[in-house]
Design a protein. Structure first.
Length: 336
């Protein structure tokens, strides 16, 4: 415990921070004093916030501490949850959730507020996606949003999930408010552990801007997203962003630029094996060729889109996409 306090004091002084400045919005200054003097063991949530403010990995503080194993477990659990969410693998997500719940019950030090909120957020996601019970998910998510304030990473995740749920209910005004607030919170956050959080929130906000014909704001977010993905070497939602830029430029009648973005989206979705998105992008690409008077390439791309739509496992989604494609074929065939 003494080593933990000594390390915090060392990095605080190295950063030129006073004890009052470091403690602000984290804990009482007297609490930080006792921690640094080895008189009190910091809770994990407080320790994490201290390290974020000092801009150091928490392992720097806990490398010689028994709690390092618990911190490592929490980080591994969060990483596994993010991977399962990205893959939409809710069976595996449920397994990770149940394992973490049992682990938490057997390790009192893990029963800190932020970790329990993270567990509750995963529980709400499972209610929504696994159990198909959006009402129960909404109740839990609203309960987790404290006084409407969106400050840290878990607040943003909770608010983003609630916004997506509201989108499904066509409550667009409240969803837009939640995504906008989350986006602002991200811009004001000094450190975000999950690098996919900004793309997820920003993309959701951009889509709502597109639906509301707020094109300039949609363009601004999309271009910021492109820069963010490239600068952080991320592939997450890269295809979706390019597809959105494609339909934005199509709306502006910038057909050559739209074609370029749709081409890039097709390549990314093919690589990721996101067949529904790939088919939709090929469909949009076909429309661009038809609009440019290139019926041969238009026909080529709608046929590819139909072929890929046939390989989609979800029959309902497959049929819906094929219906749209066939409507396009009929629409443009009548012009030839």
């Amino acid at each position: 415990m003494e080593k933990t306090g000594e390390k915090i004091a060392y990095y605080r002084k190295k950063n030129g921070f006073s004890r009052q400045y470091l403690a602000d919005n984290i804990c009482d200054e007297s609490t930080l004093y006792r921690i640094e003097k080895g008189q009190q063991l910091p809770r994990l949530d407080i320790l994490k916030e201290i390290c974020m403010k000092l801009n150091i990995p928490i392992e720097y503080i806990l490398s010689d501490n028994d709690e390092a194993e618990l911190i490592s477990y929490v980080q591994k659990f969060k990483r596994l949850c993010r991977e399962s969410l990205y893959q939409l693998d809710f069976i595996t997500l449920q397994y990770h959730y149940e394992e973490a719940k049992n682990f938490s019950n057997n390790n009192p030090l893990l029963n800190n507020r932020q970790f329990l909120r993270f567990l509750s957020w995963i529980e709400a996601v499972l209610y929504h996606k696994r159990d198909q019970n959006p009402e129960k998910a909404e109740i839990l998510l609203r309960k987790l949003i404290q006084n409407g304030k969106i400050i840290n990473e878990i607040d943003i995740n909770i608010t983003n999930s609630l916004g997506l749920l509201l989108l499904e209910q066509n409550k667009l005004k409240e969803a837009l408010r939640l995504f906008s607030s989350s986006y602002k919170a991200l811009e004001n956050s000094p450190y975000i552990e999950d690098k996919s959080l900004f793309p997820r929130v920003a993309y959701n906000l951009a889509c709502l801007y597109y639906e509301n014909h707020r094109d300039s704001e949609c363009f601004d977010i999309c271009y910021r997203l492109e820069y963010y993905l490239q600068s952080n070497h991320l592939f997450y939602c890269a295809g979706e962003v390019r597809y959105l830029l494609g339909i934005l430029h199509k709306r502006k009648n910038d057909l050559d630029i739209a074609q370029q973005y749709f081409d890039e989206a097709v390549n990314i979705f093919s690589f990721e094996r996101k067949y529904a998105f790939c088919s939709q992008s090929l469909h949009s690409l076909a429309e661009i060729h038809y609009l440019k008077g290139d019926s041969r390439n238009g026909e080529l791309h709608v046929n590819k889109a139909l072929s890929i739509a046939d390989s989609i496992n979800d029959q309902e989604i497959s049929n819906a996409i094929k219906k749209e494609i066939k409507h396009t074929i009929k629409q443009y065939a009548s012009r030839i």
